[in-house]
Write a protein that binds this ligand. Structure first.
Ligand code: ADP
Ligand code: ZN
Ligand code: ZN
Length: 811
């Protein structure tokens, strides 16, 4: 046997951008491989890193020994390591932190416990919500966190001090229950909420001999009468002792227990459609590239309701038939159980779902299925772009314009763009789908870099919804009142209620009142940590900062002038719901926003309730605008179309257009045509006019001209460089020094600023920013490298410099 190498270089998740060399203990020398994770000492800590090189070159100084190898096989293959290097270089992020973001496997190192609330725990949590008071004590904090979703012990330890002892006592009180991660392997050990039970068609007398206990008999006959699989916790609500009975029956082999599929919700059965001519044309182009094993980017531009999903499904089928894997990326909020179920139904056991809302062990379980090749279709949110799909042949990025593809922490990558690079390296076909493509993608289609595929009409030639613009200035002149709802919108809702049709109402602002001010002196209540106004949330009777989550009681008197004229201004979605109850007392109203949705299940509960007709009106923030296909919705009302237009951001127009068009696209998807009412105070703005006309072409033509003239993407490469610090003077001084260090700017690069950032103070830090516009990507990277080197040479704390390449927002 040849002498095994003695050292390895490990990339660690630290801001220092270099690998570190460790000695390999004898026991590891023959086992370690490039791409495996390794635990090593670093200062006084132990860190997990990824092995990049194995060699025999002794380092010059002293060297410490690696501690433990976590994987027998690489978690990152050569292709993903290469992709990681590209991401780190392009987005100016340390490689170690990038690689860590690519391996979502924390959960399988520590095989800890997962905690969730019991029924009485949920009740207690609910009461705590109502009585929200000052600082939470740690036990309350735990209940609140668990109310959102089950969490691992290790996660809770990070969040809450002394959580282990507290969890033990909460468990004793019957408020929380623990479950071993090992439950992944033995369903009988999972909690009821995560289990499904199914009748196997065997009567008791065919199975084990003897008479069954009463509870088991009852459950069995219930299951016989109600075919299909049932969630255990749900059954517990109708049948006494259903859970223990089901477990006992499973041991007897009379029923099957299985883990709730990740993604939940049973599939609505939908047979495959025969593609219409437009769909067929698009699909054929994709199939041709797949068969040729050729890298090609397609932009699938299809109006809302044109049947893009069916094209995706057919393309995935083709990839599988060719023996290749497929990856479908969807926006954060787009990955509902209903969407997951659609794919699970079509591709059965081959689908894996990766969602950031899942806990570590669920993700690890899915990740392993992908890596082993058991799952060859992956449906995932942003970070799924790094999923180890075998023999990848097809990537689809649905709603490619969606902002959630951009990660807002290091590494600040754009998932869609990383997907294109990955497809290129894998000789795969990639499809970017949208009704409202980003300006970048559409421009690339224009220059021939992408192939444009069009679905210009809705399925079965259903008409696009008719849009009415209501000028709220005129409305005020005529009614002399600042009403939330125009007369036109009220009439439209009334008509829907009379016909038994459904309405969706969008107000892209959560909370009850968007700000609180003093009428005597004009003082606005601002967050203590951020330079932004706080929003009033009536449910909690508190003011809340939407940037840092700081909250406080509503002051009875103005903190500045002591007057008691404290006034609530601006309408948020919470108040919208309230007004709807007042205007339409008989209507059943549901609300969907970040405050009503605490976990993935609530989101689906509200949506599926609405889909099944339990509500007449769904009110909410942009959450309601995304992708939902609910045939009985014939009215979409947009309460305040101007909300985003005033923001100091070059994408304000694009975002407004996308939001309005997507929201409008929810109307009239079934057999009854739909209408849209848009309330605005700037009906002449092109983003609003074009959205009202559902005219992407007109919008694109105008917006691209604006970008060209002001030299914004896609005509320049853009980066936002932010300097932040606890002390204003320090942040100012640093940003000024950084500004000087890049002057004179190299040819082809323009430096704007440094200047005070639009949110001047955030989470207690002062912020200054500098915008770089470069004529070429290479130039931009050069300047950014200089900036990083400058900060390193000056020994800046790594968190004080944020580089955002291709930013989606400048706020
Ligand atoms: P989009 O994502 O483009 O907005 P969807 O993919 O949600 O549209 O499709 C809209 C509806 O049309 C869905 O209910 C889908 O089942 C249906 N559909 C798709 N393709 C066809 C087809 N070829 N024939 C009939 N119905 C179809
Ligand atoms: Zn005052
Ligand atoms: Zn704040």
């Amino acid at each position: 046997m040849p002498a095994a190498p003695a050292y390895c270089d490990v990339s660690l998740p630290v801001p220092l951008d270099q690998p570190f060399t460790y000695a390999l203990p004898e026991t590891l020398r023959h086992r370690v491989q490039i791409g495996c994770r390794m635990i090593v000492p670093f200062g006084t800590r132990k860190l997990t890193g990824v092995v990049l090189r194995i060699h025999d070159d002794p380092p010059s100084g002293g060297v410490r020994e690696a501690l433990r190898l976590l994987d027998e096989e690489p978690v990152l293959g050569d292709d993903l390591l290469k992709l990681g290097r590209w991401v780190a270089a392009y987005y100016c992020a340390p490689l170690g932190e990038t690689l860590r973001a690519m391996t979502p496997l924390a959960g399988d190192i520590r095989r800890g416990k997962i905690f969730s609330l019991t029924k009485s725990g949920r009740e207690v949590a609910r009461q705590l919500h109502l009585a929200a008071s000052g600082e939470d004590d740690p036990a309350t904090e735990i209940l609140r966190l668990l109310d959102a979703r089950p969490l691992s012990a290790s996660y809770l330890t990070q969040k809450v001090p002394h959580s282990a002892a507290l969890l033990r006592s909460l468990e004793k009180k019957g408020l929380v229950e623990a479950e071993d991660v090992a439950a992944e392997r033995d369903p009988l050990r999972a909690s009821s909420a995560r289990l499904r039970v199914e009748f196997l068609g065997k009567r008791a007398d065919e199975g084990s001999a003897g008479k069954l206990p009463k509870q088991e008999r009852e459950l069995l006959s219930y299951l016989e009468l109600h075919p299909g699989s049932h969630n255990l916790a749900t059954l517990d609500e109708t049948i006494a002792k259903a859970s223990p009975a089901a477990r006992a029956l499973a041991r007897r082999g009379l029923v099957r227990l299985a883990l709730e599929p990740v993604g939940g919700a049973a599939a609505r059965f939908r047979p495959p459609h025969t593609l219409n001519p437009h769909q067929l044309l698009a699909f054929t182009a994709i199939r041709t590239a797949l068969e040729a094993r050729r890298f090609q980017t397609f932009l699938l531009e299809g109006v809302t309701g044109s049947g893009k999903t069916e094209v995706y499904l057919k393309a995935i089928e083709t990839a599988l038939a060719l023996g290749r894997g497929a990856l479908l990326l969807v926006p954060e909020i787009g990955l509902t159980p209903a969407v997951a179920a659609q794919f699970q139904q079509r591709f059965a056991g081959q689908v894996a779902i990766l969602h950031s809302a899942f806990h570590d062990s669920e993700r690890a379980q899915e990740w392993r299925r992908i890596r082993s090749g058991e799952a060859s279709v992956v449906v995932a949110t942003r970070s799924g772009v790094f999923a180890p799909v075998r023999n990848l042949g097809l990537i689809i990025v649905d709603e490619e314009h969606d902002q959630s593809y951009k990660q807002q922490e290091t590494p600040r990558y754009q998932g869609r763009d990383v997907a294109i690079v990955r497809a290129r390296d894998a000789h795969a076909a990639i499809v970017l789908g949208s009704a409202t493509p980003s300006l970048e993608s559409r421009h690339n289609a224009e220059t021939g870099k992408y192939i444009r595929l069009e679905l210009p009409e809705r399925i079965e030639r259903r008409p696009m919804p008719q849009v009415e613009l209501v000028d709220m200035r005129q409305e005020f002149l005529e009614t002399r009142k600042y009403n939330t709802f125009s007369r036109a919108l009220i009439d439209a809702v009334t008509a829907r209620l009379e016909n038994g049709e459904q309405s969706m109402l969008l107000l892209n602002r959560r909370g009850f009142s968007s700000f609180v001010a003093c009428r005597a002196c004009g003082h606005r209540m601002e967050c203590v940590n951020c330079s932004v106004t706080m929003t009033y949330h009536r449910r909690d009777r508190r003011l809340l900062c939407h940037y840092c989550n700081y909250s406080e009681r509503v002051p009875e008197r103005c903190p500045k002038c002591d007057s008691d004229h404290v006034q609530f201004l601006g309408v948020g979605s919470e108040r919208l719901e309230d007004e709807l109850h007042g205007l339409f007392p008989k209507a059943r109203v549901a609300r969907l926003d970040r405050d009503t949705v605490s976990g993935k299940h609530d989101y689906e509960t509200i949506l599926s309730g609405f889909r099944e007709g339990a509500y007449d009106i769904l009110a909410g923030t942009q959450m309601i605008a995304k992708g939902h296909d609910i045939p009985n919705v014939t009215l979409v009302g947009i309460v305040n179309a101007d909300g985003g237009l005033g923001l100091p951001d070059f994408r304000a127009g694009e975002r407004t257009f996308q939001l309005l068009t997507q929201a409008a696209g929810r109307a009239g998807r079934g057999e009854t045509p739909g209408i849209v009412v848009i309330q605005t105070i700037s009906p002449e703005h092109y983003a609003i006019r074009c959205a009202a006309a559902q005219d992407y072409e007109a919008f694109y033509a105008q917006e691209i001209e604006f970008r060209r003239q002001l030299r914004y993407p896609p005509f320049t490469s853009l980066a936002n460089v932010l300097v932040r610090g606890r002390h204003e003077e320090e942040a100012l001084r640093k940003s000024a020094a950084l500004g000087r260090s890049v002057q004179p700017a190299p040819e082809g690069v323009r430096v704007l600023g440094p200047a005070i950032a639009p949110v001047a103070r955030l989470k207690n830090e002062y912020r200054y920013q500098m915008l770089l516009k470069a004529s070429s990507r290479k130039r931009l990277t050069e300047v950014l490298t200089k900036i990083r080197d400058f900060a390193a040479a000056e020994k800046w704390n790594p968190t004080s410099l944020v580089i955002d390449v291709d930013p989606v927002t400048l706020l």
